[in-house]
Design a protein around this ligand. Structure first.
Ligand code: AMP
Length: 410
């Protein structure tokens, strides 16, 4: 885990005994920095904005005090956690169930793409906390499957991603329907101005707990880049993957490119798959399961789809397409180097992406991103003879160059 706090134990933070047993069951020994900062404040009733790096342990930072405060109270929906994706929904709920197993609280999920009746039946069996995506939460409210009357605590997780995914109007609708008397918590890796606007409207007096700044990336991650022509990327990737023995997450900027690159790697016989927003909820879920169980080791993903990936031992993150902004670079690279492990981020930088790269380079805590020698093969890091056609700069493999048996272009 990154940034553990010195000399603080979970017991010192003021958590009740059943919750401490849950923490033990999760295998956590020491609180992370954001946990030791946030937990006592939340227990004391403060409204809070947690600005944490990806993988900073923020789920327990809000989850443990929420469980602590709600345990022992009357049954009924008292805690609402709003997350942007189904994957994150499942992951946060799984974590909360581990932490709450001795506290007798029922944690349910609500996300789209699956039968709403199944979720409704689960609520009827007992519901103290719901972890929900905004659209489905509104559906349940409108069908009166749930009521906000007893809600005391609300968490908005990954607020910046909610914004990216266009959920801000739904979030505002939900907030307007919540009881006036409640404790609000908001977590976000970054604070775009629209999120600041939401904070001003709904959490004006919230305290901020900041772990790092928007331009910081975890120190456990080593950053490298390879200069490569756009049309040589697929082949470069194939060679990079061939020398990896662990899990690799490959980022592309577009859904179509994502699918194509994943298919090309599969056709080349590599244990690869792709995940993006056009895949159905079931397909995305089974893809993530296969990746976390090690059945597929190479996962090609778009930024949005990658939000739900909570796999601690991703050894390498590859930027096949360079991200369009610094924040995406930090989010992407934060998928590795988690839970105390070291990780690597490798970017394939085409000439057209040099400017984007320079922005990241300039902000990355002054740490230079060294150039890495390209794996042996044709045309890496050097200008290449153009073979017909125009330039192809972004978005996935199978990009039409026939170069013998290159797997990713096959
Ligand atoms: P999160 O930022 O909540 O997604 O957490 C990132 C990873 O760190 C997850 O796998 C958590 O289970 C793990 N984690 C969270 N808190 C701790 C802790 N105090 N000690 C060890 N691992 C933790």
């Amino acid at each position: 885990m990154p940034s553990r706090s010195n000399c603080v134990s979970f017991a010192n933070l003021g958590l009740k005994e059943p919750i401490l047993r849950g923490v033990l069951a999760a295998g956590y020994e020491t609180p992370t920095e954001i946990q030791s900062n946030a937990i006592p404040k939340i227990l004391a009733g403060a409204e809070l904005i947690g600005l944490g790096q990806t993988g900073s342990g923020k789920t327990a930072a809000f989850g443990l005090p929420m469980l602590d405060k709600l345990s022992g109270g009357p049954p009924g929906l008292r805690g609402v956690i709003i997350v942007p994706t189904r994957e994150l929904c499942v992951q946060v709920a799984e974590n909360l169930r581990v932490y709450s197993q001795f506290a007798g609280l029922n944690v349910c999920t609500a996300f789209g793409g699956v039968d709403i009746g199944i979720q409704e039946s689960a609520f009827k069996r007992g519901l103290d906390i719901v972890v929900a995506c905004p659209g489905r939460l509104i559906d349940h409210l409108e069908r009166r499957n749930i009521s906000f009357d007893q809600v005391q605590m609300v968490v908005l997780d990954e607020a910046d991603r909610m914004l990216d995914m266009g959920f801000m109007p739904q979030i505002r609708r939900i907030f307007l329907r919540l009881p006036q008397e409640r404790q609000n918590l908001l977590f976000s890796a970054t604070m775009p101005k629209e999120v600041e606007g939401l904070v001003n409207d709904f959490l004006p007096n919230a305290e901020r707990v900041q772990i790092g700044t928007r331009s910081q990336s975890a120190k456990t991650i080593t950053h490298r880049f390879v200069a490569v022509n756009a049309h040589d990327k697929a082949e470069a990737l194939e060679r990079i993957l061939a020398r990896e023995s662990g899990r690799v997450l490959v980022f592309v900027n577009k859904k179509l490119g994502c699918e194509k690159l994943g298919n090309a790697l599969k056709r080349a016989g590599l244990p690869a798959d792709s995940i993006h927003g056009d895949k159905g909820a079931e397909a995305r879920y089974s893809c993530l399961q296969a990746f976390s169980r090690g059945k597929t080791r190479f996962l090609v993903a778009t930024d949005v789809a990658a939000r739900g990936i909570d796999v601690d031992d991703i050894e390498l993150v590859v930027n096949y397409d360079f991200p369009l902004g610094l924040e995406d670079y930090i989010h992407r690279s934060g998928r590795t180097g988690r839970a105390g492990k070291t990780g690597r981020a490798l970017s394939l930088v085409a000439p057209m992406e040099k400017r984007l790269f320079a922005v990241v380079q300039a902000h990355l805590q002054g740490r230079e991103i060294p150039h890495e020698a390209a794996p042996p093969g044709r045309g890496y890091g050097m200008p290449k003879r153009r073979e017909g056609g125009g330039r192809r700069e972004s978005g996935g493999g199978g990009r039409g160059r026939s170069r013998g048996r290159s797997a990713a272009t096959a």
